[in-house]
Design a protein around this ligand. Structure first.
Ligand code: AHM
Ligand code: MG
Length: 337
């Protein structure tokens, strides 16, 4: 086996050689990665750790929280509040922003996270994950408000996710490509296992919740109909379908072997732009996917260019292999006429 590169070494080298990572950002990423190790231990214990099942509470979006949703949220806050690198945090599981308490020094970054993505898979022992996004606090004023978080995704300083699956893998971008680190449980360390991750531009695999088909908008229906028509249809090739119902797992597969992921707007709740959240899911995943050569849109616009109007904003998401995302996007443009 060749020389092992740890997460710390990778970050130090990024800082030293490419000037990508200021010291505070490096510390922040290391702390998030450490919190993910703790979460991995809880996830792994499952029934033995009494972490399965419902917490009996609801989050701001009216979704029933699982015990692990609550535990993971606490782990991330406790790990990050004292280090001096953050000004505030926001989470899918909290109503408003969380200010770093006065007893700790304030840093210049803002951290956003979905502490445990794919909650419906927790109790059935299927891959789940933690997604995070890092923004710089706007300069020119003291204190932090929710408005400071409302920055378009292209301003992210870093983004990543940790997938708790057969392996525990941390996937990271600081705007210089995408790197993957596998957790070595014996050593307790993150080891670089893939750098310069690239999503193939073409694919024969799509991921969408087909049970919503009757509610889709015409451009989405058109794209999937064409995939389903296979070799005999306009695409001239057979497609395969996968849907894990954990965005982290679906995106991880796409980073590894290509594919397109869609959670589009649908007619079930027409006033909602989509199910997934812009700040905790679409932006970090969009940043990672673009850094790996893929694309992410809401059907008409690049996800990373959307100006968020509120913290828990929802969005329609189409991301993955570039040529397929561009095709679906062009169908939306055609339909918008
Ligand atoms: P969560 O953050 O509450 O877990 O919800 C997000 C998840 C995504 O990971 C996944 O792509 C989607 O919801 C699955 O939704 P559905 O059950 O409607 O297929
Ligand atoms: Mg989620």
């Amino acid at each position: 086996m060749g020389k092992r590169v740890s997460l710390t070494q990778y970050l130090v080298e990024q800082q030293r050689m490419h000037g990508h990572i200021p010291g505070q950002l490096r510390l922040l990423i290391e702390v998030v990665a450490r919190a993910c190790k703790r979460i991995a231990i809880s996830v792994n214990k499952g029934a033995l750790g009494d972490v399965l099942g419902s917490a009996g509470t609801e989050n701001v979006q009216g979704e029933v929280q699982k015990k692990l949703d609550v535990i993971c949220n606490e782990v991330l806050i406790e790990a990050n509040e004292w280090g001096g690198h953050l000004a505030a945090m926001a989470s899918e599981e909290m109503d408003g922003i969380y200010l770093v308490p006065n007893r700790f020094p304030q840093g210049e970054y803002l951290l956003l996270f979905d502490p445990l993505d794919g909650s419906s898979n927790i109790d059935v022992n299927v891959s789940i994950g933690t997604i995070f996004s890092v923004l710089k606090k706007p300069e020119g004023h003291t204190g932090v408000s929710e408005g400071d978080f409302l920055q378009p995704g292209h301003q992210q300083a870093a983004a990543g996710y940790c997938i708790y699956g057969p392996q525990t893998t941390l996937v990271l971008t600081v705007g210089d490509g995408v790197a993957m680190f596998t957790l070595d449980r014996e050593q307790g360390s993150w080891v670089l296992t893939q750098d310069g991750v690239k999503i193939p531009e073409d694919t024969k695999e799509f991921a969408i919740n087909m049970s919503n088909m009757r509610h889709w908008a015409p451009p989405v229906k058109r794209y999937i109909d064409e995939c389903l028509a296979g070799k005999e249809g306009p695409r001239g090739k057979d497609f395969n379908m996968r849907w894990v119902a954990s965005m982290v797992a679906d995106v991880h597969r796409i980073l590894t072997r290509g594919g397109i992921f869609m959670y589009p707007w649908d007619k079930r709740e027409p006033e909602k732009p989509g199910k997934l959240r812009l700040m905790y899911e679409a932006n970090p995943m969009g940043f990672i996917v673009e850094q790996a050569g893929g694309a992410a849109t809401n059907g008409l616009q690049r996800v990373l260019d959307l100006q968020p109007g509120k913290l828990h904003e929802r969005v329609s998401v189409i991301l993955g292999s570039k040529n397929e995302v561009e095709r679906v996007t062009s169908y939306h443009v055609d339909a918008a006429g």
